[in-house]
Design a protein. Structure first.
Length: 277
Protein backbone atom coordinates (compact mmCIF):
# COMPACT_ATOMS: atom_id res chain seq x y z
CA UNK A 1 0.00 0.00 0.00
CA UNK A 2 1.73 3.16 -1.18
CA UNK A 3 0.66 6.51 -2.48
CA UNK A 4 -2.54 6.95 -0.47
CA UNK A 5 -1.54 10.56 0.24
CA UNK A 6 0.15 11.26 -3.13
CA UNK A 7 -0.58 14.84 -4.25
CA UNK A 8 -1.83 15.85 -0.79
CA UNK A 9 -0.16 18.36 1.48
CA UNK A 10 -0.86 19.55 4.99
CA UNK A 11 0.27 21.03 8.26
CA UNK A 12 1.34 19.09 11.36
CA UNK A 13 0.99 21.12 14.56
CA UNK A 14 2.40 19.77 17.84
CA UNK A 15 5.59 17.92 16.94
CA UNK A 16 8.02 18.21 19.86
CA UNK A 17 10.33 15.20 19.40
CA UNK A 18 10.45 11.64 18.09
CA UNK A 19 8.18 10.44 20.92
CA UNK A 20 5.34 12.81 19.93
CA UNK A 21 2.03 11.41 18.69
CA UNK A 22 2.37 13.94 15.86
CA UNK A 23 5.57 12.15 14.81
CA UNK A 24 3.79 8.79 14.51
CA UNK A 25 1.18 10.41 12.26
CA UNK A 26 3.71 12.43 10.21
CA UNK A 27 5.77 9.32 9.46
CA UNK A 28 2.77 7.35 8.18
CA UNK A 29 1.61 10.30 6.05
CA UNK A 30 5.09 10.63 4.55
CA UNK A 31 5.30 6.90 3.78
CA UNK A 32 2.13 7.35 1.70
CA UNK A 33 3.49 10.30 -0.27
CA UNK A 34 2.12 13.33 1.63
CA UNK A 35 3.97 16.66 1.59
CA UNK A 36 4.29 18.04 5.10
CA UNK A 37 4.73 21.41 6.78
CA UNK A 38 5.34 21.61 10.53
CA UNK A 39 4.56 24.29 13.10
CA UNK A 40 6.52 24.41 16.34
CA UNK A 41 6.23 26.38 19.56
CA UNK A 42 9.33 28.50 20.11
CA UNK A 43 13.01 28.35 19.21
CA UNK A 44 13.94 25.59 21.66
CA UNK A 45 11.68 23.13 19.85
CA UNK A 46 12.80 24.25 16.40
CA UNK A 47 16.17 22.54 17.01
CA UNK A 48 14.36 19.24 17.59
CA UNK A 49 11.74 19.63 14.86
CA UNK A 50 14.04 20.75 12.00
CA UNK A 51 16.04 17.49 11.66
CA UNK A 52 12.88 15.37 12.09
CA UNK A 53 11.12 17.34 9.36
CA UNK A 54 14.21 17.06 7.13
CA UNK A 55 14.19 13.28 7.52
CA UNK A 56 10.69 13.35 5.98
CA UNK A 57 11.84 15.60 3.14
CA UNK A 58 10.41 18.83 4.57
CA UNK A 59 12.09 22.19 5.10
CA UNK A 60 8.76 23.95 5.67
CA UNK A 61 8.76 24.97 9.34
CA UNK A 62 6.59 27.68 10.84
CA UNK A 63 6.80 29.05 14.36
CA UNK A 64 3.45 29.29 16.11
CA UNK A 65 2.29 29.62 19.70
CA UNK A 66 -1.41 28.82 19.43
CA UNK A 67 -2.35 30.94 22.43
CA UNK A 68 -1.41 34.03 20.42
CA UNK A 69 -4.03 34.80 17.74
CA UNK A 70 -1.68 37.18 15.91
CA UNK A 71 0.98 34.46 15.77
CA UNK A 72 -1.68 32.08 14.44
CA UNK A 73 -2.67 34.53 11.69
CA UNK A 74 0.98 35.03 10.74
CA UNK A 75 1.58 31.27 10.69
CA UNK A 76 -1.33 30.64 8.32
CA UNK A 77 -0.24 33.57 6.12
CA UNK A 78 3.23 31.99 5.88
CA UNK A 79 1.65 28.63 5.05
CA UNK A 80 -0.64 30.15 2.38
CA UNK A 81 2.22 32.11 0.80
CA UNK A 82 3.88 28.82 -0.21
CA UNK A 83 0.85 26.52 -0.35
CA UNK A 84 -2.37 28.44 -1.23
CA UNK A 85 -4.41 25.33 -0.44
CA UNK A 86 -3.93 22.36 1.87
CA UNK A 87 -5.63 18.98 2.14
CA UNK A 88 -5.18 18.08 5.81
CA UNK A 89 -4.19 19.35 9.23
CA UNK A 90 -3.10 17.59 12.42
CA UNK A 91 -3.75 19.38 15.74
CA UNK A 92 -1.68 17.52 18.38
CA UNK A 93 -1.52 20.23 21.01
CA UNK A 94 -2.44 20.28 24.67
CA UNK A 95 -1.14 22.01 27.76
CA UNK A 96 -1.92 22.47 31.44
CA UNK A 97 0.10 23.45 34.50
CA UNK A 98 1.45 20.11 35.70
CA UNK A 99 0.99 21.06 39.35
CA UNK A 100 -2.75 20.70 38.66
CA UNK A 101 -2.40 17.30 36.91
CA UNK A 102 -2.31 15.62 40.31
CA UNK A 103 -4.46 15.96 43.41
CA UNK A 104 -8.08 17.02 43.15
CA UNK A 105 -9.87 18.53 40.13
CA UNK A 106 -11.83 20.64 42.61
CA UNK A 107 -8.64 22.59 43.35
CA UNK A 108 -8.12 23.74 39.74
CA UNK A 109 -7.34 27.47 39.64
CA UNK A 110 -9.26 29.81 37.37
CA UNK A 111 -6.05 30.89 35.62
CA UNK A 112 -5.02 27.34 34.79
CA UNK A 113 -8.57 26.32 33.85
CA UNK A 114 -8.70 29.16 31.30
CA UNK A 115 -5.17 28.54 30.01
CA UNK A 116 -5.81 24.79 29.61
CA UNK A 117 -9.06 25.44 27.73
CA UNK A 118 -7.40 28.11 25.60
CA UNK A 119 -4.38 26.07 24.49
CA UNK A 120 -6.02 22.64 24.38
CA UNK A 121 -9.50 23.46 23.05
CA UNK A 122 -9.91 26.97 21.66
CA UNK A 123 -6.76 26.50 19.56
CA UNK A 124 -8.55 23.69 17.69
CA UNK A 125 -11.42 26.05 16.87
CA UNK A 126 -9.06 28.86 15.83
CA UNK A 127 -6.90 26.51 13.75
CA UNK A 128 -9.89 24.85 12.04
CA UNK A 129 -11.30 28.24 10.97
CA UNK A 130 -7.99 29.23 9.37
CA UNK A 131 -7.31 25.80 7.83
CA UNK A 132 -10.86 25.53 6.41
CA UNK A 133 -10.28 28.77 4.49
CA UNK A 134 -7.42 26.93 2.72
CA UNK A 135 -9.49 23.84 1.84
CA UNK A 136 -11.82 25.00 -0.96
CA UNK A 137 -14.23 22.57 -2.53
CA UNK A 138 -14.65 22.77 -6.31
CA UNK A 139 -17.44 21.31 -8.41
CA UNK A 140 -16.98 20.47 -12.09
CA UNK A 141 -19.65 20.75 -14.82
CA UNK A 142 -20.82 17.19 -14.02
CA UNK A 143 -21.40 18.06 -10.38
CA UNK A 144 -18.36 16.08 -9.21
CA UNK A 145 -16.86 17.71 -6.13
CA UNK A 146 -13.17 17.68 -5.27
CA UNK A 147 -11.11 19.47 -2.65
CA UNK A 148 -12.27 19.99 0.89
CA UNK A 149 -10.02 18.36 3.46
CA UNK A 150 -9.55 16.47 6.67
CA UNK A 151 -8.62 17.75 10.14
CA UNK A 152 -7.67 15.54 13.08
CA UNK A 153 -7.10 16.37 16.74
CA UNK A 154 -5.88 14.18 19.61
CA UNK A 155 -7.93 13.37 22.69
CA UNK A 156 -7.92 10.95 25.62
CA UNK A 157 -10.36 8.70 27.53
CA UNK A 158 -10.17 11.07 30.51
CA UNK A 159 -12.76 13.12 28.57
CA UNK A 160 -15.33 10.35 29.01
CA UNK A 161 -14.58 8.90 32.44
CA UNK A 162 -12.65 10.04 35.48
CA UNK A 163 -8.98 9.08 35.25
CA UNK A 164 -7.00 9.94 38.40
CA UNK A 165 -4.83 13.06 38.00
CA UNK A 166 -6.11 13.94 34.52
CA UNK A 167 -8.33 16.57 36.16
CA UNK A 168 -8.74 19.82 34.18
CA UNK A 169 -7.26 18.16 31.10
CA UNK A 170 -10.17 15.67 31.15
CA UNK A 171 -12.63 18.55 31.18
CA UNK A 172 -10.71 20.23 28.35
CA UNK A 173 -10.72 17.01 26.29
CA UNK A 174 -14.50 16.67 26.81
CA UNK A 175 -14.85 20.20 25.43
CA UNK A 176 -12.48 19.32 22.59
CA UNK A 177 -14.57 16.29 21.63
CA UNK A 178 -17.76 18.37 21.67
CA UNK A 179 -15.95 21.02 19.60
CA UNK A 180 -15.06 18.34 17.03
CA UNK A 181 -18.77 17.59 16.56
CA UNK A 182 -19.68 21.27 16.13
CA UNK A 183 -16.71 21.93 13.84
CA UNK A 184 -17.57 18.85 11.75
CA UNK A 185 -21.09 20.20 11.33
CA UNK A 186 -19.87 23.70 10.37
CA UNK A 187 -17.29 22.38 7.89
CA UNK A 188 -19.26 19.47 6.41
CA UNK A 189 -21.03 21.43 3.66
CA UNK A 190 -17.58 22.48 2.37
CA UNK A 191 -16.41 18.84 2.18
CA UNK A 192 -14.13 19.20 5.19
CA UNK A 193 -14.11 16.39 7.74
CA UNK A 194 -13.16 16.93 11.40
CA UNK A 195 -12.40 13.99 13.68
CA UNK A 196 -10.64 13.17 16.94
CA UNK A 197 -8.35 10.29 17.65
CA UNK A 198 -8.56 9.10 21.26
CA UNK A 199 -5.15 7.59 21.97
CA UNK A 200 -4.29 5.28 24.85
CA UNK A 201 -1.51 6.46 27.19
CA UNK A 202 1.93 6.85 25.59
CA UNK A 203 5.06 8.20 27.27
CA UNK A 204 5.67 11.63 25.72
CA UNK A 205 6.86 15.02 26.95
CA UNK A 206 3.27 16.17 27.61
CA UNK A 207 2.32 12.90 29.34
CA UNK A 208 5.26 13.14 31.74
CA UNK A 209 3.43 16.05 33.42
CA UNK A 210 0.57 13.76 34.51
CA UNK A 211 0.76 12.38 38.06
CA UNK A 212 1.52 8.62 38.42
CA UNK A 213 1.68 8.26 34.63
CA UNK A 214 3.70 5.01 34.88
CA UNK A 215 0.85 3.49 36.90
CA UNK A 216 -1.67 4.54 34.24
CA UNK A 217 0.50 2.94 31.55
CA UNK A 218 0.83 -0.32 33.49
CA UNK A 219 -2.89 -0.45 34.30
CA UNK A 220 -3.82 -0.02 30.65
CA UNK A 221 -1.32 -2.62 29.52
CA UNK A 222 -2.72 -5.21 31.95
CA UNK A 223 -6.40 -4.43 31.48
CA UNK A 224 -6.91 -3.51 27.80
CA UNK A 225 -8.37 -6.28 25.59
CA UNK A 226 -5.15 -6.39 23.54
CA UNK A 227 -3.09 -6.60 26.79
CA UNK A 228 -0.59 -4.02 25.54
CA UNK A 229 -0.18 -0.29 25.28
CA UNK A 230 -0.47 1.45 21.92
CA UNK A 231 2.52 2.94 20.11
CA UNK A 232 2.85 6.10 18.05
CA UNK A 233 2.79 3.80 15.01
CA UNK A 234 -0.68 2.58 16.04
CA UNK A 235 -1.76 6.22 16.35
CA UNK A 236 -0.07 7.02 13.04
CA UNK A 237 -1.96 4.31 11.18
CA UNK A 238 -5.31 5.55 12.47
CA UNK A 239 -4.26 9.13 11.72
CA UNK A 240 -3.48 8.13 8.14
CA UNK A 241 -6.93 6.54 7.83
CA UNK A 242 -8.71 9.65 9.14
CA UNK A 243 -6.64 12.04 6.99
CA UNK A 244 -6.86 10.01 3.78
CA UNK A 245 -9.78 9.28 1.48
CA UNK A 246 -10.14 5.86 3.15
CA UNK A 247 -12.35 7.59 5.74
CA UNK A 248 -14.18 9.79 3.20
CA UNK A 249 -17.57 9.18 4.86
CA UNK A 250 -16.40 9.76 8.44
CA UNK A 251 -16.73 13.05 10.31
CA UNK A 252 -17.50 14.29 13.82
CA UNK A 253 -16.12 11.01 15.16
CA UNK A 254 -14.00 10.17 18.22
CA UNK A 255 -11.99 7.14 17.11
CA UNK A 256 -10.30 5.14 19.89
CA UNK A 257 -6.79 3.82 19.39
CA UNK A 258 -6.30 2.41 22.88
CA UNK A 259 -6.02 -1.39 22.55
CA UNK A 260 -9.77 -1.41 23.27
CA UNK A 261 -9.37 -0.12 26.84
CA UNK A 262 -12.49 2.11 26.64
CA UNK A 263 -14.72 -0.95 26.19
CA UNK A 264 -13.73 -2.57 29.49
CA UNK A 265 -15.77 -2.05 32.67
CA UNK A 266 -13.51 -3.49 35.35
CA UNK A 267 -10.14 -5.05 36.11
CA UNK A 268 -9.33 -8.17 34.06
CA UNK A 269 -9.36 -11.48 35.93
CA UNK A 270 -5.79 -12.20 34.85
CA UNK A 271 -4.48 -8.71 35.70
CA UNK A 272 -2.34 -8.73 38.84
CA UNK A 273 -2.79 -6.15 41.58
CA UNK A 274 -0.21 -3.44 41.04
CA UNK A 275 1.23 -0.84 43.36
CA UNK A 276 2.00 2.82 42.78
CA UNK A 277 5.60 3.86 42.15
P1 LIG B 1 4.12 16.15 23.08
O1 LIG B 1 4.68 16.84 24.27
O2 LIG B 1 5.04 15.44 22.18
O3 LIG B 1 3.26 17.18 22.22
C1 LIG B 1 2.52 18.24 22.79
C2 LIG B 1 2.71 19.42 21.85
O4 LIG B 1 1.89 20.52 22.25
C3 LIG B 1 4.17 19.92 21.86
O5 LIG B 1 4.68 19.90 20.54
C4 LIG B 1 4.04 21.35 22.35
O6 LIG B 1 4.98 22.23 21.76
C5 LIG B 1 2.63 21.69 21.90
N1 LIG B 1 2.11 22.87 22.57
C6 LIG B 1 1.81 23.05 23.89
N2 LIG B 1 1.43 24.33 24.10
C7 LIG B 1 1.49 24.97 22.89
C8 LIG B 1 1.24 26.28 22.45
N3 LIG B 1 0.85 27.24 23.30
N4 LIG B 1 1.41 26.57 21.14
C9 LIG B 1 1.81 25.63 20.26
N5 LIG B 1 2.07 24.36 20.60
C10 LIG B 1 1.91 24.04 21.91
O7 LIG B 1 3.01 15.15 23.68
P2 LIG B 1 1.88 14.25 22.97
O8 LIG B 1 1.51 13.28 24.00
O9 LIG B 1 2.33 13.80 21.63
O10 LIG B 1 0.67 15.28 22.82
C11 LIG B 1 -0.01 15.55 21.60
C12 LIG B 1 -1.52 15.50 21.82
O11 LIG B 1 -1.90 14.16 22.07
C13 LIG B 1 -2.02 16.32 23.02
O12 LIG B 1 -3.24 16.94 22.68
C14 LIG B 1 -2.25 15.25 24.06
O13 LIG B 1 -3.19 15.65 25.04
C15 LIG B 1 -2.77 14.14 23.18
N6 LIG B 1 -2.79 12.81 23.79
C16 LIG B 1 -1.66 12.28 24.36
C17 LIG B 1 -1.71 11.02 24.94
C18 LIG B 1 -0.49 10.43 25.61
O14 LIG B 1 -0.64 9.51 26.42
N7 LIG B 1 0.70 10.89 25.30
C19 LIG B 1 -2.91 10.27 24.92
C20 LIG B 1 -4.03 10.82 24.31
C21 LIG B 1 -3.96 12.09 23.75
Amino acid sequence: MTGLMEGKRGLIMGLANDKSLAWGIARKLHEQGAELAFSYQGEALEKRVRPLAASLGSDFLIECDVSDMTALDTAFETLAARWPTIDFLVHAIGFSDKTELRGKFMDTSLDNFLMTMNISVYSMVAVTRRAAAMMPQVEDENGVKTGGGSIVTLTYYGAEKVVPHYNVMGVAKAALEASVRYLANDCGPQGIRVNALSAGPIKTLAASGIGDFRYILKWNELNAPLRRNVTIDDVGGAGLYLLSDLSSGVTGEVHHVDSGYHTVGMKQEDAPDIALG
